[in-house]
Design a protein around this ligand. Structure first.
Ligand code: GLV
Ligand code: MN
Ligand code: MN
Ligand code: MN
Length: 399
């Protein structure tokens, strides 16, 4: 099986007929189907599969143990996401194992393929939940209480999927086994198109986080309420949407996005009583990210007061700048014959793990430069090139 043919096997799972692309969310039916598929695929390669206390799946080639070489990614997606973000790293890992087995290679160290749970935060709002729980980066009580848009908690959804939410939390045993972690991922911007290379080595991840702005005002009638009598929370929310662009642009290299905004009750002829919006902010440098959020928070409070509304602002997740392990980066570049290095504006489980163990990433060219959307793409030739590159470096890492 090649990485391309493995992607073909799951091409119909979790298609989103309404939004286009794929919606595969933590512990939903589609993601469950992909998990079952992964286990079956891993077992066909004679890997021993176990699920850790946080719902991450580990497929061991040989005996589990310390100083393990670990590779993998995630199978969940954003709402209406592409086919590659997540699954590419998983299928490439399976393909790499098969390539190495076919040439008779046996790892000299413990070796595992891992699938992390809820990487996108597409359902419960906090990205990289599986790796944050594993590393103790998020409090287990906080994680258990996270709610999806239907009000189902992470604890309830995971219990329904057969996990024990009481066991969620820092897992020093699983973490302690990881010697080095390497994640292969589709490139999410134009980096590799511009470099004319099929594969790059990750160097940094930009500081990033998510903040929830909850505006409340007075729900009312759209026809009977004079403009001067309104306390419409949509007004300060709209001000934040516009300001996010303006403030991010002023930083020169920062990004700020409002991709989700929920008015309640959400009727055309109803002045909303509340509006929740989520700000995704990313600026090189943690201090600059926080400064951008502080500026937008002050502006939100001012705009809310002006409309006679209230606003509450809560940080839902934050990750500081990550620089991947220098030695691993150098080695990856060398083993791949001088692959270029690339920074990323996207967060990854490798970024969370990098705070605890030497971690690195490989990116595979995306000719559309689009990601988190159905147009995300990688040519079959590049996908298989990526899997072979992964096999090459894993062989070096695990010899
Ligand atoms: C992950 O894809 C992110 O949004 O950073
Ligand atoms: Mn193969
Ligand atoms: Mn993503
Ligand atoms: Mn991803």
């Amino acid at each position: 099986m090649t990485a391309t043919s493995l992607l073909g096997e799951i091409a119909d799972v979790g298609r989103d007929r309404k939004r286009g692309g794929y919606s595969r969310h933590a512990f939903d039916q589609a993601e469950g189907e992909l998990r079952t598929w992964f286990v079956e695929r891993a077992q066909r390669l004679s890997l021993d599969v176990e699920t850790d206390r946080n719902g991450n799946i580990w497929a061991w080639w040989g005996t589990p143990g310390p100083d393990a070489v670990v590779t993998g990614s995630h199978l969940d997606s954003v709402p209406g996401g592409g086919a590659f973000d997540g699954p590419l790293g998983v299928v490439s890992a399976l393909d790499a194992v098969e390539i190495l087995q076919a040439k008779g290679f046996r790892p000299g160290k413990p070796f595992a393929v891992v699938v992390f749970a809820e990487e996108e935060g597409g359902r419960f709002g906090v990205p990289c939940l599986g790796s944050r729980l594993l590393t103790g980066t998020i409090d287990a009580d906080k994680a258990r209480a996270l709610k999806d848009p239907d009000g189902i908690t992470f604890a309830e959804a995971s219990a329904k999927a057969g996990h024990d939410p009481e066991r969620f939390g820092a897992d020093p045993e699983a973490l302690g086994r990881i010697g080095r972690f390497l994640e292969l991922h589709v490139e999410q911007g134009r980096g590799l198109i511009d470099l004319g290379s099929p594969v790059a080595v990750g160097d940094t991840v930009i500081a990033h986080g998510r903040w929830r702005f909850s505006f409340s005002g007075q729900g009312n009638h759209a026809g009977a309420t004079l403009i001067g009598d309104r306390h419409d929370p949509m007004l300060p929310a709209a001000a934040v949407v516009g300001a996010a662009r303006r403030v991010a642009k002023a930083t020169g290299d920062g990004r700020a996005t409002v991709g989700r905004l929920v008015p309640t009750p959400g009727g055309t002829n109803v002045i909303a009583s509340t509006v929740d919006l989520w700000l995704d902010a990313r600026v090189p440098g943690g201090d600059r990210t926080r400064a951008l959020v502080a500026e937008l928070s002050a502006l939100a409070k001012e705009a809310a007061a002006e409309e006679g509304c209230l606003v509450e602002i809560a940080e839902e997740s934050y990750s500081d700048t990550v620089t991947f392990d220098a030695k691993l980066r150098d080695d990856l570049g060398k083993w791949l014959g001088g692959a270029p290095e690339l920074p990323t504006g996207a967060g990854h489980d490798a970024g969370i793990l990098a705070g605890f163990v030497p971690a690195g990433m490989l990116y595979v060219r995306n000719p559309t430069g689009v990601s988190h959307a159905p147009e995300e793409f990688a040519e079959a030739e590049d996908v298989d090139h990526g899997a072979r590159a992964l096999a090459t470096v894993l062989e070096h890492m695990s010899t």
